[in-house]
Design a binder for this molecule. Structure first.
Ligand code: IPD
Length: 278
């Protein structure tokens, strides 16, 4: 596929994309809470028996796709639960209709809808970047959002807060977040890595939603987050929220984040975590 052209986006364009990302994430977030069926079960599995889809993942993504098709029919779409749509505008919406699906299945209130407008080639790891995005935690009513160059914000019942990553620099003082993929072999390697990292840091959390983990880093609720095996939809909006909160999000060797590795946080800590795990 030819690399998509990069559109020139004014501050007003970015603002429009950010507002749309937040509107979409909020509407889908309300849907998954308000219309969650009692006795919710697994509708299908994907890469492995543990990689589940519920009926609400599909309904949430259908809603997001319908809204994008109606409002911006020339944009592309890359979503967790459906086929990719190539657009002609140079913008691709990267969608996670429920990030934290296993939490959602078990009714653990730590899941989100993640919506990001991206430029570049979203089918190639490391070849795209988000320019506007939102992650909505529907149970807490927390909306994390950002657009390129304008800072990151949390809109919560308590008010609007500008976000900033933590200023921790030493690993000993760092609270890390991480996650595990769905492939058994990969999980074995991720477990070995945790065993190596855990004695060196304050503690580790595995909360079950990469998008919310990234937003937690942006809000200073975690010092660093790392994971291998993330998909673009887990990463896209949260990555921008971290970057706009003054952090960095890197991949192997400090290059762009990919499915191989994502490390997010304040620069000094990210470098230390990378040295420890790479
Ligand atoms: C998963 C979550 C989890 C992370 C996995 C992701 P899903 O996304 O973000 O925290 O560790 O790598 O696949 O399947 O709930 O959308």
């Amino acid at each position: 596929m030819a690399a998509p052209h990069e559109p020139s986006l004014s501050a007003a364009d970015l603002g429009t994309l950010e507002t749309m990302a937040a509107d979409l994430a909020r509407e889908a977030g309300r849907l998954i809470v308000d219309e969650r069926p009692s006795g919710l079960g697994v509708a299908a599995t994907k890469s492995s028996r543990t990689d589940v889809v519920t009926v609400m993942d599909t309904r949430s993504e259908d809603l997001l796709r319908e809204r994008i098709a109606a409002r911006r029919p020339d944009d592309g779409i890359l979503g967790e639960e459906g086929d990719s749509i190539e657009g002609s505008s140079g913008i691709t919406w990267v969608l996670d209709p429920i990030d934290g699906t296993v939490n959602y299945l078990y009714d653990i209130p730590q899941y989100a809808v993640s919506v990001a407008a991206c430029v570049g080639d979203t089918s190639t790891p490391g070849a795209w970047r988000p320019v506007a995005g939102a992650v909505y935690h529907p149970v807490l009513g927390e909306m994390f959002h950002a657009r390129a160059g304008s800072g990151a914000f949390l809109r919560a019942p308590s008010g609007v807060h500008a976000l900033a990553v933590s200023n921790v620099t030493d690993l000993d003082d760092a609270l890390l977040g991480t996650g595990f993929g769905y492939d058994a072999d990969k999980r074995g390697r991720q477990g070995e890595l945790v065993a190596r990292v855990l004695p060196r840091v304050r503690d580790i959390r595995r909360a079950g939603s990469a998008a919310l983990d990234l937003c937690a880093v942006a809000a200073g609720r975690l010092d660093v987050y790392y994971e291998s095996g993330l998909n673009p939809w887990d990463l896209a909006a949260g990555r921008l929220v971290v970057e706009e909160a003054g952090g960095v999000v890197v991949g192997p060797g400090g290059a762009a984040p990919t499915d191989v590795l994502v490390v997010a946080g304040p620069t000094a800590l990210v470098t230390r975590v990378q040295q420890l795990i790479e």
